[in-house]
Design a protein around this ligand. Structure first.
Ligand SMILES: [Zn+2]
Ligand SMILES: [Zn+2]
Length: 371
């Protein structure tokens, strides 16, 4: 300990220096040797730490008395052993550094403006509303800034007072040995203010619980999992912070005939095997109502027919997908005698072609066989 420089000497003050002299002297040294101004300079770093240690001891009357009587040895065994690094110094002298360097945001961290919370609302839509878009009114339960006190939490005509416990800083200091520990003021919970007459509407909370009706414009083309953001419709901010957002999550009901695949719509239409064989003109449902579809001769089960750009608009490009008709071929049941007789006749004619092909298949020459 004998190699340590004298604290008064470090700060360049007399042994009878007042608190203000100590503070102003330390302020000058801290500014001069501040690590931000002397990046990588080891000597400046040492001087900066040395000054912090000297000031930490001399600003405390108990420690200063011990030091005056016994020198550095007087501080041994008290738990004080200087600072480990810059973090220690900055946290111990946070009030001073704020004064010095204008770190105003550090001063009352609890009263910093905070953005309100985001909210979520799950909205179920019909298939058609999702396809074409719609306007919906939704009822949202949320907190809102109290209309009576405007969020300042005081009864009309009264105002907040500086918290007496912490003097408005929102923090209280407790001494533990030679260390000073700062904690959030339990009285004002860090706000630095107390409310002598709380607003009767919100009971001093500054916010009230409301049921609010919000209009939502649903764009055409939303799908399951689409998320709409309503800016500013979330919970109100605190200490002047902006409100959060309301997110509307979309769920789309399924449709009786239409099945959605991204922006395309598929509709399965049953036709008879006769329609498939001979071709036909039929009416099919589309998003835009009934449309005529021409089935060509010889249509096969599963064939797809397209109405281009008559599907659902893309949210990104607004271009519409396709309306797709897929034919399913139904085999007739409950044939009349006459229908059965005709089919047997048809089968006799058909069997010649079939047996020729079958013969080729059985011979292993199927791929080149003409039917
Ligand atoms: Zn109120
Ligand atoms: Zn307080």
């Amino acid at each position: 300990m004998s190699t340590k420089r004298d604290y008064y000497e470090i700060l360049g003050v007399s042994r009878s220096a007042s608190d203000d002299e100590l503070k102003s002297s330390y302020r000058k040294l801290a500014l001069k040797f501040h690590p931000d101004r002397n990046p990588g300079d080891k000597e400046a770093e040492d001087r900066f730490k040395e000054a912090a240690e000297a000031y930490e001891v001399l600003r405390d009357p108990k420690k200063r008395t011990l030091y005056d009587q016994y020198g550095h040895a007087g501080l041994e065994g008290t738990g004080f052993s200087g600072f480990g690094g810059f973090e220690d110094i900055f946290s111990s002298f946070s009030d001073i550094f704020e004064d010095f360097f204008g770190f105003s945001t550090r001063r009352r961290p609890q009263t910093r403006a905070q953005r309100g919370a985001d909210l979520r609302y799950d909205l179920q839509l019909s298939f058609m509303d999702a396809a074409f878009g719609t306007d919906k009114e939704i009822k949202v339960e949320k907190m809102e800034t109290c209309p009576d006190c405007n969020g300042n939490r005081c009864e009309t005509g009264t105002s907040p007072e500086t918290c007496r416990q912490c003097g408005g800083t929102g923090q209280i200091s407790r001494s533990q040995g030679f260390f000073t520990v700062r904690t959030t003021c339990p009285h004002c919970r860090g706000a630095g203010q107390s409310i002598p007459h709380p607003c009767s509407k919100c009971r001093g909370a500054g916010q009230v619980h409301v049921h609010k009706t919000v209009s939502v414009k649903i764009p055409a083309g939303v799908d399951n999992g689409s998320r709409l953001r309503l800016t500013g419709e979330g919970e109100p901010g605190i200490y002047g912070g902006p409100p959060g957002d309301l997110y509307v999550f979309i769920y789309v009901e399924s449709h009786e005939f239409f099945e959605r695949r991204d922006t395309d719509i598929i509709c399965k239409i049953p036709i008879s095997f006769v329609q498939a064989a001979l071709g036909d003109k039929i009416m099919v449902p589309t998003l835009n109502g009934k449309k005529k579809l021409e089935i060509p001769k010889g249509a096969q089960a599963g064939d797809l027919f397209y109405f281009h750009e008559e599907g659902i608009p893309s949210l990104r490009t607004n271009r519409r997908g396709d309306q797709i008709i897929q034919v399913e071929i139904k085999t007739p049941t409950n044939l009349t005698k006459k229908q059965e007789a005709l089919l047997r006749e048809f089968a006799d004619l058909e069997s010649r072609k079939f047996s020729k092909k079958l013969k080729n298949i059985l011979k292993g020459g199927a791929s080149n066989a003409a039917n």
